[in-house]
Design a protein around this ligand. Structure first.
Ligand code: C2E
Ligand code: MG
Ligand code: MG
Length: 319
């Protein structure tokens, strides 16, 4: 309900970060430009600010504080898992993905992009990963003993967690403790992580599958996207990254052709194909037409706390 006058009064604050002096990667540059933008705002807005050493020091301090807070996040019960349902081509719920959130006492609910990298850098990711795994096992046990429809839970593994030696001990211990069937656990590893060390991945995947877990390659299409290594990886599911899905609008035939071939090839290799980031009914229709097996995205449901899952609107509509 803003009048035109208000629109003209709106101001822009611009932060500038330059390659290479302010960062070597896209991520670093955007983060530093963001900090500079906040600084421009803090100075009254309607101006610009160049990233500089003061901000660099501020960023390091913020990171340090956040890592410090993260060390006690588990014992203070601040981590939560949200669950996002996945649907098959008959629009039935066929699984959920567990996505971590951090209820920070001062900063509010933080999504993983704010803290997973820091957790990796500081080594805290191993304890956090253990926590996630245990929560998922607990949840499966609960479902096994209730009349809630039992579906697999997918959890995300980052590189160092995946390479950690104790992974299998922890897994054995948890499967024993919660008495759950391992087939209800899906481990998601990103394409980039898998590519970091294909040989090691093959070994770990084989061991995980021997125990009965399923393996999914996450964010497919954002890394090297090589089908020649896909055939060597002992995996069950391929999750096509949302960048491929977001362009689907019925007009863009070239994108459909690319997607169709990924879906075809992966199916031929015996993989379950899941599309991420499905936001519209039309995208879902196109994906089903192209033979995609599973879909996940805001069109169906956003990630939500466990208590909301039973009342998830899309599921109720289709019952
Ligand atoms: P991911 O595994 O690829 O998860 C999908 C991300 O896309 C989630 O972001 C989800 O909220 C978001 N998403 C779902 N549907 C849509 C949609 O329709 N449109 C758009 N634009 N986005 C959608 P989230 O929860 O912020 O997680 C980001 C990433 O953090 C995850 O990407 C995953 O790589 C990582 N992550 C999440 N939980 C964990 C965890 O427990 N451990 C580790 N190591 N990484 C985690
Ligand atoms: Mg994932
Ligand atoms: Mg993904």
């Amino acid at each position: 309900s803003r009048g035109l006058g208000d629109v003209y009064k709106r101001q822009a604050s611009i932060g500038v970060a330059m390659f290479p002096e302010h960062g070597n990667s896209f991520k670093e540059l955007v983060m530093n430009a963001d900090l500079a933008m906040l600084q421009a705002k803090a100075q009254g807005g309607n101006g610009f600010y160049y990233f500089d050493e003061t901000l660099e020091a501020q960023r390091v301090r913020q990171e340090y504080n956040l890592i410090n807070d993260l060390t006690t996040a588990i014992i203070h019960d601040q981590l939560v898992l949200h669950y996002q349902p996945k649907y098959n081509a008959n629009l039935q719920r066929c699984g959920v993905e567990a996505l971590i959130r951090w209820q920070h006492p001062k900063l509010g609910l933080l999504t993983p992009h704010r803290f997973i990298d820091l957790a990796e850098k500081s080594g805290l990711i191993v304890a956090i990963g253990h926590w996630v795994l245990e929560q998922a096992c607990k949840q499966i046990q609960l479902w096994q003993t209730s009349d809630f429809p039992l579906v697999p839970i997918a959890i995300n593994f980052s590189a160092s967690q995946f390479e950690h030696d104790e992974l299998f001990e922890v897994l054995d211990e948890l499967l024993e403790k919660y008495q759950i069937d391992a087939k209800y656990l899906i481990i998601e590893v990103t394409e980039t992580t898998a590519m970091r060390n294909v040989k090691l991945c093959v070994q770990k995947f084989e061991r995980l599958r021997q125990i009965g877990l399923q393996i999914a390659i996450d964010d497919f299409g954002t890394g090297y996207s090589s089908f020649s290594y896909l055939k060597d990886l002992p995996i069950d599911e391929l999750k096509i990254d949302k960048v491929f899905v977001s362009h689907l609008d019925g007009e863009n035939k070239k994108d459909e052709i690319i997607l169709a071939s990924i879906i075809n090839l992966a199916s031929q290799l015996g993989l379950i194909v899941t599309a991420e980031g499905v936001e519209t009914e039309q995208q879902a229709e196109i994906l089903i037409r192209l033979g995609c097996h599973q879909m996940q995205g805001y069109y169906f449901a956003k990630p939500m706390p466990i208590e909301d899952l039973a009342h998830s609107k899309f599921d109720l509509q289709k019952v």
